[in-house]
Design a protein around this ligand. Structure first.
Ligand SMILES: [Zn+2]
Length: 121
């Protein structure tokens, strides 16, 4: 992969990283709002219909946070691979990952064939 292509993917990864960080920030703000809504003493999950709505929202926030943190870890791992010069090479078979696949999934570690094998494991 040439340097221009590589830096294109680096920019793409950094954009994704910023978006994920914004999501996490918004997520923690929403979480605080939800906590203060709970903290007023009326949010009883067992008896208060409003309470179960809050715990549903909380579960959604938690799921989003977990997804986003997972994505951030994948982005950071991809950026590290760029620094070490292994970005774009399949972690399983060592062949180059096609650029079209990297454009669609810039954090991917494997080529399509190996991804299918890994998923079947
Ligand atoms: Zn492979």
């Amino acid at each position: 992969m040439d340097d221009a292509t590589l830096s294109g993917f680096a920019a793409l990864l950094r954009e994704r990283r910023e978006a994920a960080e914004r999501t996490l920030l918004r997520n923690s703000e929403d979480g605080r709002d939800l906590l203060s809504a709970r903290g007023d003493g009326t949010a009883d999950d067992e008896h208060d219909p409003e309470g179960s709505t809050l715990s549903g929202e909380w579960a959604m926030l938690e799921a989003l946070r977990a997804d986003t943190e997972h994505e951030l870890a994948e982005i950071d791992a991809a950026l590290l691979r760029q620094q070490s010069g292994t970005y774009g090479r399949c972690a399983e078979c060592g062949r180059d990952i096609p650029e079209a696949r990297l454009r669609a999934r810039p954090m991917t570690r494997t080529c399509v064939a190996c991804a299918e094998v890994v998923e079947r494991r």
